[in-house]
Design a protein around this ligand. Structure first.
Ligand SMILES: NC(=O)c1ccc[n+]([C@@H]2O[C@H](COP(=O)([O-])OP(=O)(O)OC[C@H]3O[C@@H](n4cnc5c(N)ncnc54)[C@H](O)[C@@H]3O)[C@@H](O)[C@H]2O)c1
Length: 362
């Protein structure tokens, strides 16, 4: 059993007051799930759902019979179907996970909500912010939960970093600088911005916790009209700058984030097996001299510390959290509003990219 998530609970209170909703028709604390989409990512969702106490995986749906064959082999007791309307209309299903390509998220999630189901939707939430707003309104009207798969919020390193930001260890933040590059996997329907950047943008949004002021993005496309590399800069109040580098044309895989604060700085290297987060007691102190050339700069260089990180699979923590939010009527941290904030940033990045880095104001 995974421990409760105090940091997540704190953030929920910070951002959106937890809203109690009417108890659902569900028998005591059991959540019955249907999953639509069993391609590349779907099996990970199904694997993590299937091991959860009080969570019943009822149906796996995919329009590909070959995908369903794989699902049946792995989970012999689970019902499978190629028809998603069967999942939506089933009275034995309380919540639906939408794990299909981005362009299908809106229609499937909308239909699920209209059938009275809670929804778990893959990242990015929707293809447009208008669609996200519509789903949020619909869920509110029907007293249903939306949860968007912002997987990295449940990663042990990110949960530890959130703690360090919240308890003031880093001091006021200066910057967030994230690199997520590798060779491929090229997607045929979305650019590298819509495929990879939702991870970094959701982590940035979670850790900085402020509404952005402006964004600029540059990048390029070398094979079709979809960007395969992008450099996104986001400006926040308080002189905090975020930078995100996503690239499908890198010879090496890098998953590294630098976060600089006045008092401490840290490096999160997600590919590092042991010391994923290192906190550096490094910084700069500046005293003004008489003129601009007389700045007295002193550099501080102290200890390096690597905190203990919970290495439980992020998706497992997230699925448990999904269960808790549905069973106990809690507003998730990664709710529709969080999904919408990321989609707005993606739209702005795309618009700026088209104009070679023109500034988009929020
Ligand atoms: N959170 C993460 O780390 C992460 C990682 C990878 C992918 N994803 C997201 O997961 C989603 C799916 O990505 P993928 O790589 O698994 O794609 P995929 O193409 O490998 O799989 C999608 C599956 O959905 C099925 N499908 C599509 N429309 C359907 C419908 N109407 N009814 C039933 N089945 C349908 C397809 O047959 C396919 O098997 C995307 O939104 C992607 O962004 C998230």
């Amino acid at each position: 059993m995974i421990n409760s998530l105090p940091v997540l609970d704190t953030v929920v209170r910070d951002r959106t007051p937890a809203k109690e909703i009417a108890p659902q028709r569900n028998p005591a604390d059991v959540v019955r799930m249907g999953v639509i989409g069993y391609g590349y990512w779907g099996p990970n969702i199904v694997r993590n759902l299937s091991g959860l106490e009080n969570c019943h995986l009822v149906t796996v749906c995919d329009k590909s019979p070959a995908a369903l064959k794989r699902a049946s082999r792995a989970y012999p007791g689970v019902h499978t179907t190629t028809d998603f309307t069967e999942v939506l209309s089933s009275p034995d299903i309380d919540a639906v996970a939408v794990v299909t390509p981005v362009w299908t998220h809106f229609e499937l999630a909308k239909a699920a909500l209209n059938h009275g189901k809670h929804v778990f939707v893959e990242k990015p939430f929707t293809s447009t912010s208008r669609q996200a707003e519509e789903l949020i309104e619909l869920a509110e009207r029907k007293n249903l939960r939306i949860m968007v798969d912002h997987t990295f919020l449940f990663n042990g390193a990110v949960r530890k970093i959130k703690e360090l930001v919240q308890n003031g260890t880093l001091g006021p933040l200066y910057y967030f600088d994230s690199t997520r590059v590798n060779l491929g996997l090229f997607q045929h329907d979305v650019s590298v911005v819509w495929d990879l950047a939702p991870h970094d943008l959701s982590v940035m949004d979670h850790l900085i916790g402020l509404a952005p002021e402006a964004l600029a993005a540059t990048g390029g496309n070398h094979f079709n009209h979809l960007a395969d590399m992008a450099f996104i800069t986001v400006y926040f109040p308080g002189n905090i700058t975020a930078h995100i580098n996503v690239n499908w044309l890198s010879p090496v895989k890098i998953r590294t984030t630098l976060i600089g604060g006045r008092d401490k700085m840290l490096v999160w290297n997600d590919l590092e097996p042991d010391e994923k987060v290192r906190i550096y007691d490094k910084g700069v102190d500046i005293k003004n001299g008489q003129g601009v050339h007389d700045l007295l700069v002193s550099y501080r260089s102290g200890d390096v510390l690597s905190p203990k990180i919970d290495i439980t699979e992020a998706l497992r923590v997230e699925m448990k959290y999904l269960y808790d939010c549905i069973a106990h009527n809690r507003q998730p941290l990664n709710d529709g509003a969080a999904g919408l904030r990321v989609v707005r940033l993606l739209e702005a990045a795309e618009a700026s990219l088209k104009n070679r880095g023109s500034l988009v104001q929020f």
